[in-house]
Design a protein around this ligand. Structure first.
Ligand code: UDP
Length: 238
């Protein structure tokens, strides 16, 4: 059993500190792992949404995804590199690809066709990987059928791109169906792998300004992003 990483409370949520999250997840493969990639928006939402907070407390690993969370840690003299969900998810697929694992990987979410295009890019790198996809706009009946299919597939890894907090609720509702799998909510990662959206250029990411790029590309996010200055102020409180 791998050692449990040290945790730091971020607005009461147990964020894990670890030099290599991907390796930690690999070391506990088959034990069933729900990974949450925490940013300021999600932390603030959890604070005012108890059911979401309960799910985050039950997750096996919470990693810092976002400049605000890194700032929060920095103020508390905790040095930790940012771990964006898209990069951790890529690392987990690469691990399975390099190990020659044939247990299925599921990409669930995004508009019809997007997850499939994302899967194709991974299959071209690792042709032996079994990657199943499902778009994220299902009817209730289709959702039930997909959940039943999931149980039969017995996947190693389930990537859920439904956006926050829909993906966290969905994982919490379904993880018992495949208790040995690794589950992670990946937001809009399939859109990026499929090429329908672009990530911020590296220099913006390296300077903790990815959020600014998203605001420029998706200005409708401004209302959601109003929580960011609140989070920064909260960071300054003990
Ligand atoms: N999405 C989905 N089903 C829904 C709502 C959203 O599959 O009912 C997808 C959407 O197409 C997009 C992703 O969820 O691919 C959300 O991406 P976003 O970057 O907005 O995620 P967040 O910022 O919430 O992590």
């Amino acid at each position: 059993m791998p050692a449990v990483p040290e945790t730091v409370a971020v607005l009461g949520l147990p964020l894990h500190l670890c030099p290599d999250y991907g390796e930690w997840v690999r070391s506990r493969r088959t034990q069933g792992t729900h990974i949450v990639t925490l940013n300021a928006e999600m932390a603030m939402l959890a604070e005012r949404t108890p059911p979401l907070a309960t799910i985050l407390h039950r997750a096996d690993l919470i990693v810092p995804d976002g400049a605000g969370v890194i700032f929060y840690l920095w103020l508390r003299r905790k040095k930790q590199r940012r771990c964006p969900g898209i990069e951790l998810a890529a690392q987990l697929i690469e691990q399975l690809g390099q190990e020659g694992n044939t247990q299925p990987i599921i990409l669930f979410g995004a508009a019809p066709g997007v997850a499939e295009r994302a899967a194709q890019t991974w299959r071209s790198r690792f042709p032996h990987l079994t990657i199943q996809t499902q778009h994220g706009y299902l009817t209730d009946a289709e959702k039930t059928a997909f959940a039943d299919q999931l149980t039969d597939l017995n996947p190693a890894l389930v990537l859920v791109g439904l956006g926050v907090p829909r993906q966290e609720y969905w994982i919490a509702d379904h993880r018992d169906r495949c208790p040995h799998a690794t589950w992670i909510g990946v937001g809009g990662s399939f859109d990026i792998w499929a090429g329908t959206k672009q990530r911020a250029p590296r220099w913006l990411r390296d300077n903790h300004l990815e959020w600014l790029y998203r605001l420029y590309k998706e200005p409708w996010r401004w209302r959601r992003m109003l929580v960011l200055p609140h989070f920064a102020l909260r960071s300054l409180l003990p």
